[in-house]
Design a protein around this ligand. Structure first.
Ligand code: S3P
Length: 175
C-alpha cells in the first residue's frame, strides 16, 4: 500500500458495455500505471480473438484461459485492470480480484447497456454469446450476475450517465 493507504492495483468489474476499458485507460494515465484489458491479454496468449476461442474451445475453454490470465495480471506490479464481464463467475477469480486491489464495479441500467452494445462495432467480434437472446438475455444475465459483482466489489459506481473521465475521477476520489 502507498502512503495514502491505497492498494497497488485498481480492478474494474461490471457487465459488458459499462465502460470498463475506457475508464481503465483514464485511470492508468492519471496514475501513471500500466493499463491491462484482460480480454486483450487472453487474446494475445491464445493467438485468437475471444470470439474464435468461444467457437473453438467453448465457453469452458474461454473461462479457463480467463482464470489463468487474471491470476497472472493480479500478481503484477501496480496497474489498472479491466476484466471481462464474466470474470466474477468463478469463486477463485472473485477472491483473487478482491485480494489484488481496489475493485470498482461499474453499473448501468440494462437499456443503456443494450444501446451501447448495439452501437459498438467491436460487439460482433468480441462478444460471441450475447446477441442471440436480445435485450431479455442481457437483462437476465445482468440480474443473475449482480450478486456476484456486488460480493466482489469494494465499491459501486454508476456508469450510466457521466463520461468515462468523470467516472475515473470518482473512482480516484473514493479509493
Ligand atoms: C463476457 C464478456 C466479454 C468477454 C467475453 C465474455 C461475458 O468481456 O470476456 O465475451 O461473459 O460477459 P467485456 O465485458 O469486456 O465485453
Amino acid at each position: 500500500n502507498d502512503v495514502l493507504g491505497r492498494t497497488p492495483r485498481v480492478l474494474l468489474i461490471g457487465y459488458r458495455g459499462t465502460g470498463k476499458s475506457t475508464v481503465g485507460r483514464f485511470l492508468g494515465s492519471e496514475l501513471g500505471w500500466d493499463f491491462f484489458d484482460a480480454d486483450d491479454t487472453i487474446e494475445a496468449a491464445a493467438g485468437r480473438t475471444v470470439a474464435e476461442i468461444f467457437a473453438a474451445e467453448g465457453e469452458a475453454g474461454f473461462r479457463a484461459r480467463e482464470a489463468a490470465a487474471l491470476e497472472h495480471l493480479c500478481a503484477g506490479r501496480p496497474r489498472v485492470i479491466a476484466t471481462g464481464g464474466g470474470a466474477i463467475l468463478r469463486p477463485t477469480n472473485r477472491a483473487a480480484l478482491r485480494a489484488a486491489g481496489y475493485v470498482a464495479w461499474l453499473t448501468a441500467p440494462p437499456d443503456v447497456v443494450w444501446e451501447r452494445l448495439q452501437s459498438d462495432p467491436s460487439t460482433a467480434a468480441r462478444r460471441p454469446n450475447l446477441t442471440t437472446g436480445g435485450f431479455a438475455e442481457v437483462a437476465n444475465l445482468m440480474a443473475a450476475r449482480e450478486p456476484l459483482y456486488r460480493e466482489t466489489a469494494h465499491a459501486a459506481f454508476d456508469a450510466g450517465v457521466e463520461s468515462p473521465e468523470a467516472i475515473a475521477g470518482r473512482i480516484l476520489a473514493a479509493w
